[in-house]
Structure formats: structure tokens, C-alpha cells
Design a binder for this molecule. Sequence first.
Ligand code: MN
Ligand code: MN
Length: 339
Amino acid sequence: MPHRVSESDAARIGAFRPASGMETPRFSGLPSFMRLPVRDPGAAAGVEIGLVGIPFDGATTNRPGARLGPRFVREASTGTRMVNHASGIAPYALAACADLGDVPVNPVEAAETCRRIEAFFAGLRGAGIVPLAVGGDHLVTYPVLRALGAGRPLGLVHIDAHSDTDDAQYGGTRLTHGTPFRRAVEDGVLDPRRCVQIGIRGSMDAADERDWACAQGIRVITMEEAVARGLPEIVAEARTVVGAGPTYLSFDIDALDPAYAPGTGTPEIGGLTSREALYLVRALRGLDLVGADLVEVAPPLDPSGLTALAGGQIAFEILCLLADAVATRRAAAQASPQA
Ligand code: MN
Ligand code: MN
């Protein structure tokens, strides 16, 4: 269903259109996310969706490199254009989008970096900006969820090869890229009964990771179950699990098979094709998304650039969902201003 955007909103949104490839070639200029205008997060009046890099991989437990994800995904994303050919969504006509730069991480201090990420995203929430974060390893999702879910536990669609619900690792360390969703549930910023994980596979350090998630009520859909039942049925169930409430989407690039995304810290064979990933993301249209991320792109592990390409194009698909959600909420607020 097409959105109606008022004339005054359209004028405001139009000021944030990406640089047109018709006017300046896509290979030219400084590579912001999707060639969007760059704004300081403290001077982002009018912005509705903020793309943010989180260049931190200090919580990676095996092969590092995701700290370079934002830089390479920015470059790869400059090839994405204005209109989603499958859904028809034209995100830059629906919502004012900008690249808000990178969170000022500390590359050798995970806890300190989490505090900085949480403060950054709490600022965005206070300004009414819906974030699309690009990691970084998957720990970065935890402080983002603490900021966005404080006082209103969120639903979650989590697409990943891994449940990331481990407890302590490596002699008791509680903050790794294998623990973010356990920490978020413990902190009450996720509602586990409105959480669904899709694509889970591969070996585990211990069965506790899966058992704990299931015991909390998280719906864990393994890759094997997704193959057996088919993606349309899986997505329909996922939509039922998260329901109509505010929901976060977290996409770990290792959900893709290493054939499509080899540049990631913890690859697992038997994953999604990139075509299946596009299907899954597009099928989530209409959820009340309040934020999203794309994590674990590790460019040094993939000199071909294929992984960053997948990341940049999946980020565009996610951005289309967010723009659709923002336009839907704006229209609802304008229809009933007291709500
Ligand atoms: Mn993950
Ligand atoms: Mn993973």
C-alpha cells in the first residue's frame, strides 16, 4: 500500500536524498552509507533514520576484522539506488535518512565501548531517530538494545547462524559477540516471548546456549527447520511471534552461507543463499520496526569484497523496511495527533 506523504514532509525529506548517480557518478565522492548526506548526530534536526557505523570487533572470539565493516559496507552501499525493485519502496521519498558517522569506540575496551554505544543510541532515541547500525561484531547489538529497549522490552527478529545466547566465555567474560541476546534478555530490554531467531546452525560450545534460549521462550528456528518447512512458513511464524509491538531486526551476515559471505569471523556452512536473505528481509515488511542492524562483515577475511557487497545490499533492504515503518507511524500520528 503506497504511503501518502504531505507536501511539507516531502520537502523536508527531499533535503536528505542521496547524491544521484545521474549527477555525480557512483564511484566518485566520499563514500557515505548509500551516498546519503552526512550529519553530526548532535545536529541532525529533521533526520528520521540514522545510519551509524560501529567499528568495534574487540568482542570477537575467533577471527577478527569486523571493525572494518562500516568502512567497507559504506563503500559497497554506494551502488544501491533509489527504488526497491521488488517492493516498490522508495526509502528516500518516505523518510529523511542520513549517515550519522561512527560511534566513538575504544578498540581495546569492550565494556567502555558498550557504554559509549548505549549513550550514542539513547541520544538518537531521544531525538526520535530510528537507527540502522552497521557493525562491528555482534556484541554491539547489546548496548543498542539497552538504549532502544529501556522501559519498553522489544520484540526481535534475529537472523544468524548463531543464537548468541551464551553465558560467560573465556574465563568468565560476559561481554562477547556470543552473548549479546542473553545479556539483553537478562536486562529486560528484550521480551523473549517476542523473540525469534532464524537460520541457527553449526556446532556449539555447549548445549546450554540453545537450551537457555528456548527456556526463556525465544523461538529458535534452525536452518534445518527452515529448509524443511520453507521460508514462507517460517516468516509467517516469525511475524506471529513478534506481533504488532515495537520490534528490532538484527542481521548477522554469517546467516548467509560462506559461499555468499566468506568474510566473517565465525562462518558456518549450510546457510542462506543471498537470494533467500533478500526474501526473508523483504517478507518482514509491515513490522513496527524501531531499529535494526547488520553486523559481522569482516572485510579483511574476504579480499573479493563479496561479503561487504552482500552487507551493503542487505542494509539497503533493511533501510527500506525502516522507511516503510517510519512513514506508517508518521501517517498514524498525523491521522490522530493525540495518540
Ligand atoms: Mn551473531
Ligand atoms: Mn553468527
